[in-house]
Ligand binder design. Structure first.
Ligand SMILES: CC(C)(COP(=O)(O)OP(=O)(O)OC[C@H]1O[C@@H](n2cnc3c(N)ncnc32)[C@H](O)[C@@H]1OP(=O)(O)O)[C@@H](O)C(=O)NCCC(=O)NCCS
Length: 170
């Protein structure tokens, strides 16, 4: 647990998320992970994201609070790859209440989750976000991320009837 700065009258506290925090975290996520900015991502924000990450590594599920109010959260996990000796730290979701964004809460959450991942032996952190989510990209750059690689997502709608090409007459 760490106290990083002050938000209004109450000091900002970063701590591990508990089950009681689930509803508030879920609603903050609903507010900030909008369909417009996250439409191309293969993960969508829902209650299972919170419970699955909490069950896999609750030490990497953090909330930032001031007084009794949760201001933001960071949910991560560690990943090992088949052919790599490295342990990766995947920061899956980070969100801060819209009305207090750009006030240092995201940086506080990031600092703490990075510290915890390092303690767990993580050698490289990874994140992903939509290519047009410029505020988040700036935020991650500010935290030291670089080497941006763009992925292409494609989709095939299986419920649509396929139209056969007309056969050309000789
Ligand atoms: C991304 C997010 C978590 C950042 O949290 P935050 O509390 O607003 O970030 P901070 O105040 O700690 O900002 C740290 C730095 O990030 C950059 N940054 C943050 N928000 C920015 C914005 N809207 N535009 C440009 N740069 C921004 C700035 O460089 C800032 O440093 P500065 O204050 O010295 O200029 C928050 O904006 C958010 O919840 N966004 C919606 C959800 C999202 O996109 N999450 C990331 C993908 S999972």
């Amino acid at each position: 647990m760490s106290e990083t700065s002050s938000a209004g009258k109450d000091a900002l506290r970063i701590r591990v998320m508990t089950i009681d925090d689930f509803p508030e975290v879920f609603h903050i996520g609903e507010e900030v992970f909008t369909a417009e900015s996250f439409q191309s991502l293969y993960r969508t924000w829902d209650e299972y994201e919170i419970t699955t990450l909490f069950n896999s590594d609750n030490e990497l599920c953090l909330v930032a609070e001031a007084g009794e109010k949760i201001l933001g959260f960071a949910l991560g996990t560690t990943v090992t790859k088949h052919n790599s000796p490295w342990k990766y730290g995947y920061l899956v979701w980070v969100g801060v209440r819209r009305d207090i964004q750009q006030g240092g809460v995201g940086s506080g959450l990031f600092k703490e989750i990075k510290h915890r991942m390092k303690e767990q032996g993580v050698r490289m952190m990874i994140i992903d976000t939509s290519a047009d989510n410029q505020p988040a990209i700036r935020f991650f750059e500010k935290q030291g991320f670089g080497d941006i690689r763009e992925h292409v997502y494609m989709s095939l709608n299986l419920s649509r009837k396929s139209r056969k090409k007309p056969v050309k007459k000789p």
